[in-house]
Ligand binder design. Structure first.
Ligand code: AVJ
Length: 323
């Protein structure tokens, strides 16, 4: 089984231009203005996000990778041989490699990602390192229902869902519960779900993680306006907005905003969106869940929390949930 064949069969359910336009017009018409963070990940956004993961201030990636390295054997033991691994949002591939190296004879790897180019590139490079592993990429917004590709071979397979990176924190708690419910339905009874969740901590660590000295996160946030200009023909002046990262203690979340530096109007098709000086577009939430708060969320979604692992500095957590 080679990746070229499976990629030609790539299931493409990624949002189209109409959905993008509708979301942008809706978000900019709302008060306060918002834009959905899933649209941060065009090809350039995905590339910038990979750079964020290597920043000295951005502790989540390296902390989770170290945790996974030390716990991969435990995960493999829980999963057993011949498992189907479903990854929600395929990243740069470091984390999945750790799992795939530890798992015994994985039957199939299903990466699900909204960015088609990122997904193909990631699947291609993984196929080189794991030539015997069947890979069936699905290009989809994993918040919407989709179905799993068939598993090659015979016999029932244990399914292992993998949702790393604290991406769960980009949902509101209500959306996170709905996502977890959907994932449980997709994976089926007897499955495992492994979720990486960032922990609450001092804002002196959190804020720089989302507003780094090199300005990569600022470029990542502003790239959303560039994408809206390019794909929807809007007239955002990128020099008239700046990136801001805020800790919201009441909601236990980091927020990214784009702040309008002056009063201005931005054209988009037949629309004109008015901004006051200092008005913001709220582009992302990143909720931080304590161990018990996350276990409660998982229970509300119908899971049975089985294990939770944290690093010695209690920066990040990995939850293992039974479906
Ligand atoms: C996509 C959840 C891993 O919220 O920490 C990084 C996205 N935004 N810096 C996060 C992000 C700004 C990131 N995750």
């Amino acid at each position: 089984m080679n990746v070229a064949r499976s990629l030609r069969e790539l299931q493409d359910l990624s949002p189209g231009l109409d959905e993008f336009r509708e979301s942008v017009v809706g978000g900019l018409s709302a008060s306060p203005k918002t834009l959905p963070c899933k649209f941060l990940y065009d090809a350039e956004g995905s590339r910038l996000f990979d750079r964020i993961c290597d920043l000295p201030e951005y502790y989540p990636t390296r902390t989770e990778v170290a945790l996974l390295r030390s716990r991969a054997g435990d995960i493999a033991a829980l999963a057993g041989p011949g498992a189907v691994l479903v990854e929600f949002g395929s990243g740069a591939g470091v984390k999945i490699r750790l799992l795939l190296e530890a798992l015994r004879e994985p039957a199939l790897y299903v990466p699900v990602d909204i960015s088609r180019d990122h997904l193909s590139a990631a699947a291609d490079s993984l196929a080189e390192d794991f030539p015997d592993l069947p890979i069936a990429p699905v290009c989809a917004d994993y918040t919407a229902p989709f179905s799993l590709p068939p598993v090659p071979g015979v016999g029932p397979r244990r399914r292992v869902g993998f949702f790393p990176g604290s991406t769960i924190g980009n949902f509101t708690p209500g959306e996170a519960t709905a996502f977890l419910r959907g994932a449980a339905r997709l994976l089926g009874p007897g499955s495992l779900m492994i979720v990486g969740a960032d922990l609450p901590k001092d804002p002196s660590i959190l804020v720089p993680a989302y507003d780094d000295a090199a300005g990569v996160t600022a470029a990542f946030n502003l790239n959303l306006l560039r994408r809206i200009n390019r794909e929807l023909g809007a007239g955002f002046d990128l020099a008239a907005f700046r990136h801001e990262a805020r800790w919201n203690p009441a909601e236990s979340r980091m927020e990214m905003h784009l702040v309008s530096l002056r009063a201005q109007e931005v054209p988009l098709g037949p629309h004109r969106f008015a901004f006051a000086e200092g008005e913001t577009i709220h582009t992302e939430n990143s909720y931080k869940y304590g161990r018990d708060a996350f276990a409660g969320l998982a229970r509300a979604a119908g899971y049975c929390p089985a294990e939770v692992w944290t690093d010695p500095a209690a920066l990040f957590s990995i939850h293992v949930l039974d479906v």
